[in-house]
Design a protein around this ligand. Structure first.
Ligand SMILES: NC(=O)c1ccc[n+]([C@@H]2O[C@H](COP(=O)([O-])OP(=O)(O)OC[C@H]3O[C@@H](n4cnc5c(N)ncnc54)[C@H](O)[C@@H]3O)[C@@H](O)[C@H]2O)c1
Length: 351
């Protein structure tokens, strides 16, 4: 049986999912929904999709659909996912799963009531270098990981549209837009230890400067921009591990576009991502060893691969490839950064 997929929000990221659904042996896209009728029609023409809905409730009530793929701005993820699960659909949803931990808890409850799968589209987990490093770490190569340093820093690279820079649509700025990528990857590599406290800041310093721009867009920065562009945090975990995180859309940093890195430090070794290098020591010979892992080239683009693997999980009755419980951890930390910014203190995390 081929699973029938309906996409809600047919903008930029939905287009990166299409090759995955096309390549899946288990699924095909049969319907789309968007509040922008012109965009919906263009997308439908490009991909030869017949069933089009300008109201999300109509695609959710279509009995011919098994999987809903949510690609709208962040604020609409939770209401749409909950409605889709209640309508008996499996759901794959773009990152962040939702902007707040409370919404993710509601999504998990709806998933449990429906008995369907819910997955967060964290595509960085599906890259060859991520998988090679994760496999190595899971074998114990690093020993106990007791510290991590992660960052995703951009030099004026962001999408200035309302879905990203207006809180009413996005729920937040760089912290939840890109912090969610590097933090999800870091926690996954660390084995998802339970976070217990965070001290952080989330600020806007450069966005409203005259002449400010994004290298990704000719569009001006909207004056109504009301989200943070920069965040930094120190996180403590229940197992004693710690993490330093830095995130920015707009920073006078030495990068063309984006600098995204993760360093992990354990009792037996350290590692670097994206280079997939393991650092260890041979004490008998006083040698420091830097081993670059063998990486299978990404033959399928990771945004596509996440859709292929979600369809396989649904078809085979396997667990969600990216469990929402792990996204709850991520958003609890990111929400803690906002709370710590407000209070000026380290905040305890309630998980
Ligand atoms: N994984 C990644 O690499 C990645 C990259 C970019 C964006 N994203 C995520 O994808 C989501 C969408 O981002 P995008 O870049 O595609 O934005 P976009 O603005 O290009 O597309 C969003 C689409 O959703 C539609 N829309 C808005 N509200 C809607 C609603 N209530 N119901 C139905 N349709 C609605 C818009 O008309 C638009 O066509 C965001 O959550 C973003 O965080 C992920």
């Amino acid at each position: 049986m081929t699973l029938k997929v309906g996409i809600i929000g047919v903008g930029g990221i939905a287009r990166t999912h299409m090759p995955g659904w096309a390549a899946s042996e288990h699924a095909e896209v049969v319907a789309g929904s968007d509040i922008n009728e012109l965009a919906l029609q263009k997308w439908a023409n490009d991909h030869s999709v017949q069933k089009l809905y300008t109201k999300a409730e109509d695609i959710l009530n279509d009995p011919g659909i098994d999987i809903i793929d949510i690609c709208t701005p962040n604020r609409y993820h939770a209401p749409l996912a909950i409605a889709a699960l209640r309508a008996g659909k499996h759901v794959i949803c773009e990152k962040p799963l939702a902007p707040t931990p409370a919404e993710i808890r509601d999504m998990i409850a709806a998933r449990d009531e429906a008995g369907k799968l819910l997955m967060t589209a964290q595509h960085f987990r599906f890259k060859g270098n991520s998988r090679a490093l994760k496999a190595e770490i899971d074998q114990g190569t690093l020993g106990d990981i007791y510290h991590a340093r992660s960052w995703m820093l951009r030099r004026a690279a962001f999408l200035p549209g309302p879905g990203f820079v207006l809180k009413q649509h996005s729920g937040g700025g760089a912290t939840i837009d890109i912090g969610v990528h590097i933090l999800d990857l870091t926690l996954w590599m660390m084995g998802n230890p339970k976070p217990i406290a965070v001290s952080g800041i989330a600020r806007t310093e450069l966005a409203h400067m005259p002449g400010q721009f994004s290298v990704w867009s000719p569009n001006p920065i909207p004056p109504e921009w009301d989200v943070e562009e920069f965040a930094a945090a120190f996180v403590r975990f229940e197992n004693g591990a710690t993490l330093i995180l830095e995130v920015s859309w707009l920073l006078h940093h030495d990068t063309q576009g984006e600098d995204m890195q993760m360093w992990l430090y354990g009792t037996r070794g350290g590692s670097h991502w994206p280079n997939a290098i393991i650092y260890s020591t041979h004490y008998e010979t006083r040698q420091h060893i830097n081993q670059t892992l063998q990486i299978t080239r990404d033959t399928v683009e990771p945004h596509a691969l996440e859709c292929i693997e979600f369809a396989s999980a649904v078809a085979e009755g396997a667990p969600s490839p990216v469990p929402p419980e792990q996204s709850l951890q991520v958003l609890t930390i990111l929400d803690g950064i906002y709370r710590s910014q407000t209070s000026g203190k380290e905040v305890r995390l309630d998980l």
